[in-house]
Design a binder for this molecule. Structure first.
Ligand code: ATP
Ligand code: MG
Ligand code: MG
Length: 552
């Protein structure tokens, strides 16, 4: 059924496409970098990857972090100005802005799925990607197509023959930015954020769900000044070298997205972090509420959410709050939902909303894939203490449900950036408490072997591949892989019984994947892939190319 919007609702009218352009008198199309053998899309990805900072640059930048962080937003404003993206254009996107440590992507995915169910044209901006960089920019839940991505990226041009002079007018993001800011090109994430805004505006989406990259206060998504509602998901320890090592410090950054008179809702957190959220909201005149437990809602029927795991219920509750608050602000009626319910309180969840929650797909998070090679993959991109705990709990339940208790279990694990292998890996061994018939008992995950590798897909780097990540050096990642297997051994009850053949390190994901496939020729195997979303993405990439299954 097509949905018609209230005529009076100015807010939901799609914006007009900004005619950002710059004139290049000198460049001729024949001189373009696109050759017939390289598609325009591949060329876009190669240029995008050239904006990634390599490991050595990141180290250098770290030393000047304070200054650089503060520069981020003023720079973004300059780029937007060059692109002729006005505050009004951004406001017309009716943005829902989401920060937090864990569950941002999942919360955004649920929020998007619900609003799309009501016929809205949605834009969704998330990070990181699993296989294709286009996954980060979604239109109506689907990754933006290659053509649109490439067109907005570079070599979008029209010719102007006025006054007998041929002028080429550029309108794509890379062309404009590289012409006007050649000395100061935005880095990868910043560039993608600008590109996403341009694509959303061009396609006239009616709502954008915008995931923060890192932190909030200084994140380039925070260039938006008038979101409709903000959300803060579960807080945990991550990016501590940037955000601080206390939850209260982390909360300060996350609350940086709060805006005057724009309602914000947060998932429950510890008292110190909550205090910071509340005081920052107060100083910014932000109406703030805590999302209630999922039991506060009245579901019209039992549901089986599209993203598995009990931890997802806090994300679901937050998405309900974001949707309802957004609808209220945009005067967009939600059938079966009373918009007058107070923010932070439970409300009736009609059956169409249950359908949306069930149909939501967010690969790489609590995902199960069985291949015909006698391998069951459990994939989850957990990479913080809380998410590793949630992952272990989910994996253990899944193993029981799938009746794979007695199957050989391998963990394919890597931990990246400033995260600590020994802190994270202990959760895989932890025997968590499971409640059965009013009794608690401990259930081990029963992992027999660990495999680790850098999060690089192949041993040689292809700079035009979507999966290219130059942020960490191969040597650093190999070092981390060795630490991972050692930490796993140390976490065992009897480390001396762990033999070398139970601890494998490979130089790329593909080599690790081939090893696991070979192992499965003689026995059934269950593989838990976790510790990094880049690792999970690489494995999904290999499963889909090698087994031709649709996995993302
Ligand atoms: N509410 C939660 N509590 C604990 N762990 C969670 C929660 N939601 C998601 N996770 C875990 O975090 C991982 C990443 O989920 P998701 O992509 O939703 O979060 P994110 O905040 O976008 O993460 P990233 O930092 O990678 O952008 C999942 O694989 C899952 O293990
Ligand atoms: Mg993160
Ligand atoms: Mg994310």
């Amino acid at each position: 059924m097509m949905r018609s919007f209230p005529q009076t609702n100015r807010l939901l009218r799609p914006s007009t496409y900004p005619i950002a352009c710059c004139v290049n008198q000198f460049r001729m199309t024949s001189g373009s970098a696109t050759s017939s053998s390289v598609s325009r899309y591949e060329e876009s990805v190669r240029l995008l990857n050239s904006l990634q900072s390599n490991a050595a640059t990141i180290k250098k930048l770290r030393e000047q972090r304070e200054n650089l962080q503060a520069m981020n937003l003023p720079q973004c404003r300059k780029y937007l100005e060059s692109l002729k993206v006005s505050e009004k254009n951004l406001e017309s996107l009716n943005i829902i802005h989401v920060s937090g440590t864990k569950g941002k992507g999942s919360t955004c995915a649920y929020t998007e799925a619900i609003l799309r169910k009501q016929g809205l044209k949605t834009g969704l901006y998330t990070s990181p990607h699993l296989v294709h960089v286009r996954e980060r920019i979604r239109i109506n839940g689907e990754p933006v197509d290659e053509k649109t991505f490439a067109e907005e990226f570079f070599h979008g041009e029209v010719r102007d023959f006025r006054n007998g002079l041929q002028r080429i007018i550029l309108f794509s993001v890379y062309d404009i930015i590289s012409q006007e800011h050649s000395e100061n090109m935005p880095a990868y994430f910043k560039f993608l954020t600008l590109l996403a805004f341009r694509i959303f505006i061009k396609l006239g989406v009616q709502v954008v769900i915008l995931e923060v990259g890192i932190g909030g206060e200084y994140d380039c998504t925070n260039v938006i000044e008038h979101p409709k509602v903000c959300g803060v998901t579960t807080l945990d320890y991550d990016h501590i070298s940037i955000l601080g090592s206390k939850l209260s410090e982390i909360a300060w950054h996350k609350a940086g997205i709060f805006k005057k008179d724009v309602p914000a809702i947060y998932s429950p957190t510890n008292p110190e972090a909550e205090e910071v959220l509340i005081s920052r909201a107060k100083s910014k005149s932000t109406p703030l509420a805590e999302a209630p437990p999922v039991s506060a809602y009245h579901f019209s029927r039992p549901i089986s959410p599209g993203i598995r795991g009990l931890h997802q219920f806090s994300n679901i509750s937050l998405s309900f709050q974001l949707v309802k608050t957004w609808a209220e602000k945009c005067h967009f009626p939600l059938p079966g939902v009373s918009l007058s319910t107070k923010i932070g309180k439970g409300f009736d969840i009609p059956s169409w909303m249950c359908d949306a929650i069930e149909s939501c797909r967010w690969p790489g998070r609590s995902q199960v894939i069985s291949t015909d090679k006698k391998i069951t993959y459990l994939l989850d991109g957990a990479h913080t203490p809380k998410s590793m705990e949630a992952c272990a709990e989910w994996a253990s339940e899944e193993i029981t449900l799938l009746k794979k208790e007695n199957v050989k279990k391998i963990v394919l694990f890597q931990c990246t950036a400033d995260r600590c292998p020994s802190t994270l890996i202990q959760y895989l061994k932890v025997r968590f408490q499971k409640k059965t018939s009013k009794k608690f008992h401990f259930q081990p995950l029963g992992i027999d072997q660990i495999v680790s590798c850098p999060t690089q897909l192949y041993s040689s780097v292809d700079k035009s591949a979507d999966s290219t990540n130059l942020n960490a050096s191969r040597d650093e990642q190999m070092e981390k892989a060795l630490q991972c297997v050692e930490s796993w051994k140390e976490s065992m009850d009897d480390p001396n019984r762990i033999t070398k053949d139970k601890m494998k390190v490979f130089d790329c994901i593909s080599a690790a994947f081939d090893y696991i496939e070979t192992e499965s020729s003689s026995q059934e195997i269950l593989v838990l892939v976790t510790g990094s979303l880049h690792l999970v993405g690489g494995v999904l990439n290999l499963i889909s190319t090698k087994t031709h299954q649709t996995v993302i």
